[in-house]
Design a protein around this ligand. Sequence first.
Ligand code: 3PG
Length: 211
Amino acid sequence: MNELFRPILKAKIVPVIKLTDIDQVTGLGNALTKAGLPIAEITLRSPVALECIKAMKDEFPQMLIGAGTVTTTDQADAAIEAGAVFIVTPGFNPTVVDHCISKGYPIIPGVTSPSLVEWALERGLTRLKFFPAEASGGANYLKNLAPVYPEASFMPTGGVNKNNIKEYLALPNVYACGGSWIVKTALLEAHDFAEVERLTREVLDSIGGNS
Ligand code: 3PG
């Protein structure tokens, strides 16, 4: 898990990406590679997500590809089968989390409360997702969790954007931020991959990611 996290810790961002057509894969992979962000959390909130994960893995084997919005054990199996190397869940569903652990799938579960943090820690999971971050109390909430759970660290996602990302990343218990604002579906659908690359680079530069 630590090895897997290295690129995420270095980049400090994980783009949550909704691909709506297989024809977006090549342009997206090239844009992220050129921008220096070889990471993609491909959300399963699209009927072509699994197909896209497979195509992305085949075409860009150097990229760290995860599956997001995984809410069932079947989805977790299908995502790993398609080539995802990590699973991100919006909530903490013990059935899904325990299935991933038993199968050896790296998982970043979503949490929003001390109880859920404890469920994660009890299972040996320390790198968590804080979702929905802004609606759940934002950076101030995480600041309050830090002294109680020093071993837990978080990837805030949900309402994170270029205006508040630095506040999150300044916290010692935040290892990265996620979000759909980094790679916008509308740009993928317009095949404006130059803009995807430009915006990704801009975000990385603004936070000192990958430096
Ligand atoms: C997710 O899937 O993790 C969230 O929906 C992303 O939230 P955002 O769209 O506010 O970035």
